[in-house]
Design a protein around this ligand. Structure first.
Ligand code: GAL
Length: 453
């Protein structure tokens, strides 16, 4: 599925103080001599914390007497804040046991800076290739080796809706398979007094909507985009994606630029707005609020993407020189185990990265996601996995700025110029062809042309 051309990256970093911020759930100050595991993550919402705590509880049950510090670095979805911290710690011989980062390009800059240590033996010892789909194996490798274990598979091209609100306005969500139908429903809601039929949030959450819109234009369009091939400001495919997003924005809440993703989801939970396009970590919040899928809330694929499953995969990376290497390995073993994944994912909204998950533990939405993952015609990586970090960072400036000024000429020019400027960093080549499934002894989906980097 992905091929990496050799092109070593040069990464310049700031060497920051080792002193860490004192916030973060699960933080413990271990007394001297107590075995101690330090991990980093960016999960801050209530459901994210509940999921992580369930995993940590399992770890503590397996490792009595071990202190665990789960340091929260909020801000989500990228390396910007974490990179200098990990670099400084590795340099000082005080590397954390593991840190959360996306698979695919997510960990690339850590890898290029020599901050990761391979764990091929951990994958082999725990027989992970027997239970992880080939696609997930590919996404977990850098330069042909494993440096991380995945904890989950999130779907990104999902629209969440408040069921009673749609029922009240006689909108059948099953009919909302095209952008025209979707915007027609939003018009109906607006005409009948719903001020913001669609919720949207700050920064990266606008990019989340935009990438699904690009996917809705076809996998060939999305593939060219994430391969860094759309380099012209007048590319009609990018223009069309911006046009659709521009229309989408006419239905969203005015305060989107200062609304967190989990604040927006609560407005759907309360029935203040009808729709919310967001990754399925949103499910964790519905579940925590006691809502039941198909009774109180529902989901539909982003219009135009019903045959597609856009994935974000959270992984725990293995840094070089972990302070307590055997504890670090035991953490990674738990993260990748059936027990660990089935403790974490039911609360997180994601599905297990393993094919042997205990489906009884997952809610109705997640069961539908498991079925959709198994039958999707295309599985595509979200931009968090699919584009170089430097490009992703720029995207999270350009797209939210467009959500504010709606200047499509400016956005198209910036997107094209940024892609051109960063083209040497696009070192992976994605081949997003229809999924080929193995008929016998299915180990899960395999993308055509699939190949570890
Ligand atoms: C994503 C991550 C998810 C979820 C979300 C919002 O980047 O993959 O696990 O945490 O951010 O925090």
């Amino acid at each position: 599925m992905l091929v990496m051309r050799a092109r070593p990256g040069v990464v310049t970093v700031l060497f920051l103080l080792l002193t860490l911020p004192a916030h973060g759930q699960g933080r413990r100050v271990p007394s001297a001599g107590t075995p101690h595991l330090l991990i980093y993550h960016w999960w801050s919402s209530s459901s994210e914390q509940a999921a992580l705590n369930a995993l940590i509880d399992r770890f503590r049950a397996r490792q009595p007497g071990v202190a665990v510090t789960a340091q929260n670095i909020p801000g989500g979805g990228g390396a910007a804040k974490l990179f200098p911290i990990v670099k400084a710690r590795v340099g000082a011989g005080k590397a954390p046991g593991a840190f959360q980062m996306h698979a695919g390009y997510g960990a690339q800059i850590f890898f290029e800076a020599g901050l990761l240590s391979p764990i091929d033996d951990l994958w082999a010892d725990n027989k992970l290739e027997d239970v992880m789909p080939a696609l997930i194996q590919d996404l977990s490798k850098l330069d042909g080796h494993y440096y991380s274990v995945p904890i989950n598979v999130h779907r990104i091209n999902v629209v969440w809706y408040h069921k009673a609100l749609l029922d009240r306005h006689r909108i059948d969500p099953r009919t909302l398979t095209t952008w025209d139908a979707f915007f027609g429903a939003a018009d109906t809601l607006k005409e009948q007094g719903v001020a913001a039929p669609i919720q949207m949030g700050e920064g990266w959450t606008a990019t989340m909507v935009f990438q699904s819109i690009v996917a809705s234009q076809g996998m060939d369009v999305y593939e060219d985009w994430v391969n860094g091939k759309m380099r012209k400001a007048d590319d009609p495919r990018m223009r069309e994606a911006l046009r659709i997003f521009g229309r989408y924005l006419t239905y969203v809440n005015e305060d989107h630029a200062k609304t967190g993703w989990d604040v927006a989801v609560k407005r759907i939970i309360r029935g203040e707005s009808a729709f919310y396009a967001m990754g399925d970590w949103a499910d964790g919040e519905f579940r925590l609020a006691g809502l039941v899928h198909d009774r109180d809330y529902g989901t539909l694929p982003v219009p135009g993407t019903s045959a597609m499953y856009g994935v974000t995969i959270d992984s725990f990376q293995h840094p070089r020189g972990a302070e307590n290497p055997s504890l670090a390995r035991r953490w990674l073993a738990l993260v990748s185990s059936r027990e660990g994944q089935d403790a974490f994912n039911p609360l997180k909204g994601s599905i297990s990265a393993r094919t042997d998950a205990d489906i009884e533990r997952y809610d109705a939405y997640q069961r539908s996601a498991i079925a959709a993952f198994k039958s999707a015609k295309w599985i595509f990586p979200s931009v968090d996995l699919a584009v170089p970090d430097a490009y992703r960072v720029q995207l999270n400036e350009i797209i939210p700025a467009f959500a504010g000024d709606r200047d499509s000429d400016k956005a198209a020019s910036l997107l094209a110029a940024t892609t051109s400027r960063l083209s040497p960093k696009f070192t992976r080549v994605w081949s997003l062809t229809p999924v080929q499934r193995q008929p016998e002894g299915d180990k899960g989906p395999r993308a055509k042309g699939g190949k570890g980097v």
